[in-house]
Design a protein around this ligand. Structure first.
Ligand code: ADP
Ligand code: MG
Length: 573
């Protein structure tokens, strides 16, 4: 994991070297100061060499200014390094989320994903900057101070080392616990992000059921859980800080007492004594930084491990290395002996065979849950078949790149998703970079141009979150305009008009009719009136396809379709 973490420094070697070099130099200069004091007290003070004293003071001034400069570099450029790494990881996390397939999103909550790209990486950024540098400087000052202390008086130096085993114990005891704790905390942040996202996203349902109190309770439970975890983190931190503070002061006191004894015995000079006490402070500095060891390191580790677990989640659908870019398909589709299940256990269908000619309009009907939507989702490869294959123009869809395959398919569903931006942006989503003329032409074909152009802001009208400012019919027309702009050879209309009233449905059917002209169209509908004119009707049942044929043929057959028809329209005369 460490090697992997450091691989993110690779693009910033220069910056890292600068930051690290300055930090090390600053650390060394800190070490020199106690030695200068010893020299001052022992050698310069008794002889009253004023020239030397002035020269030493001047030298110290230069060193201080230089050191300040070093620290400024470390502060700014070190943070620049950290934020650069954080930005890279965030981009990678977002890119990876874009690559994941539907199965992942079916099983993970949006709030957690938001936390992956926000909170987790913030902590990693902090450690990317301070982590290696602080650790190295801590070790360096620790060893450096010890060598200098040893050179001043080895007996006193030995005495201070009794702190080392204690501190090792403290860090190992609390470090691992804190990592677990922070991981838990990040998950909880994800949980309450999920709650906020769902109660706001579903605010209409919340209010319609007057369940604000219930939502408040759910949120409060998450919020309290977060508090509990954080409090236990602070308890660990307080315990370790208290123990380390007390133990270092005790050792300092012992050094003072024993040092005084050594000075009286003549084994230690006054300057040596003062210098030693200052060195002890330098020696303890990394120990006093224990907070960062038990707070930011475990936090960074927890954040980084959440990050790696996200980017190590391989998308279950990926392009083959030699996948083809397809273009201008005619849209002849074949499902060949297809089996599929969402969970690997209960099959939605098995041994499903279906041939759809280019340009044909084929309708799917059947009970809810029969697998009509699933059948449609397999075509753009939103999910992978478990067995069999799906071919378009004789090419297995697994041999195409996902992007080029999906560019050949237009999908209109019952619930239209619109982005909270403007009408223009929502339509141009069909083909990025489309001109206003093209957008208006698409609107015209969806019979929405008059309405849009009559709005004071026209194409710049914001549609509201998920399109709440538009009616169901208008949203559906926007979705249709988007496909006109995209102009794919294959069309999937999955209950595109089912949510609309019959007058609106009738009006939109006309636009859909125009949309499907010259394209292979897969139409799912539960109102049979809308599909009567399809070239072929496929009736889906619990085990796959029950029967297929034209309206007249199926009615004459007096099978499942005839019964469905009877249920909707009464017995056929
Ligand atoms: P239809 O569109 O004919 O009403 P679907 O294709 O949506 O039926 O659903 C077929 C079956 O698959 C149903 O039993 C449904 O519960 C299940 N199903 C649909 N989508 C998913 C999903 N994303 N994850 C797991 N099961 C699903
Ligand atoms: Mg469906």
């Amino acid at each position: 994991m460490l090697r992997r973490f450091f691989s993110y420094y690779a693009p910033y070697k220069g910056l890292f070297a600068l930051d690290f070099g300055c930090a090390v130099l600053a650390g060394l200069l800190e070490l020199g100061f106690p030695i200068a004091v010893k020299f001052f007290v022992d050698d310069l003070l008794p002889g009253q060499h004023w020239g030397w004293i002035a020269a030493t003071a001047a030298a110290l001034l230069v060193i201080y200014v230089f050191n300040t400069g070093l620290m400024a570099v470390v502060n700014y450029w070190g943070h620049a390094l950290g934020i650069s790494i954080e930005t890279d990881m965030r981009r990678q996390a977002f890119d990876h989320i874009q690559k994941l397939s539907f199965r992942y999103f079916d099983n993970n909550r949006t709030g957690q994903l938001i936390t992956h790209v926000t909170k987790d990486l913030e902590e990693v950024g902090e450690i990317a900057h301070h982590g290696p540098e602080d650790l190295f400087i801590a070790i360096m000052t620790f060893i450096g101070a010890f060598i200098l202390m040893f050179s001043v008086n080895w007996k006193l130096a030995m005495m201070t080392t009794i702190i080392v085993p204690f501190m090792t114990w403290l860090v190992s005891r609390y470090g691992a616990r804190m990592t677990t704790n922070w991981r838990k905390l990040f998950r909880q942040v994800g949980d309450f992000n999920t709650r906020v996202q769902e109660s706001v996203g579903g605010i209409r349902v919340v209010k319609a059921f007057a369940n604000e109190d219930y939502e408040r309770q759910l949120f409060a439970a998450n919020n309290e859980g977060y508090k509990t975890t954080k409090l236990s983190a602070y308890a660990y931190m307080t315990a370790s800080i208290t123990m380390s503070y007390l133990s270092t002061r005790l050792v300092q006191l012992m050094v003072m007492i024993f040092g005084t004894y050594l000075v009286i015995q003549g084994e230690l000079t006054y300057g040596g004594f003062v210098g030693f006490l200052l060195l002890v402070n330098v020696f303890f500095r990394p120990i006093d930084k224990i907070t960062s060891v038990i707070e930011s390191y475990p936090k960074g580790i927890a954040g980084f491990s959440r990050f790696t677990s996200l980017i190590d989640t391989a998308p279950d659908i990926a392009d083959k290395p030699d996948a083809r870019e397809v273009e201008h398909l005619t849209g002849a589709i074949e499902y060949r002996d297809v089996a599929f299940s969402y969970d690997g256990k209960s099959k939605v269908f098995e041994h499903l065979n279906l041939k759809i000619n280019a340009g044909e309009t084929i309708a799917f009907v059947g009970a809810s849950g029969a697998g009509k939507t699933t059948l449609c989702s397999l075509l753009p490869r939103f999910y992978e078949v478990d067995a069999g294959s799906i071919m378009i123009d004789g090419i297995d869809i697994r041999d195409m790149t996902q992007a080029s395959l999906r560019n050949q398919i237009g999908l209109v569903q019952q619930d239209v998703f619109l982005f909270g931006s403007t009408i223009r942006e929502n339509i141009a989503y069909g083909r990025l970079g489309a001109t206003d003329e093209e957008i208006i032409e698409a609107l015209r074909r969806a019979a929405l141009d008059e309405f849009i152009l009559s709005l004071p802001e026209g194409l710049d009208t914001p549609v509201g979150e998920r399109g709440v400012k538009l009616s169901g019919g208008q949203k559906q027309r926007l979705a249709i305009a988007r496909i006109f702009l995209k102009d794919p050879p294959i069309l999937i209309l999955d209950e595109a008009t089912s949510a609309l009233d019959s007058a609106t449905e009738y009006a939109i059917q006309q636009a859909l009719g125009e949309l499907s002209r010259g394209r292979t169209s897969l139409v799912v509908a539960h109102r049979l009136a809308t599909i009567r004119n399809a070239d072929r009707i496929v009736v889906m049942g619990p085990d796959g396809i029950l029967e297929e044929g034209s309206h007249t043929v199926l009615i004459a057959k007096r099978g499942a379709y005839a019964r469905l028809h009877e249920a909707q329209f009464g017995a056929v005369a």
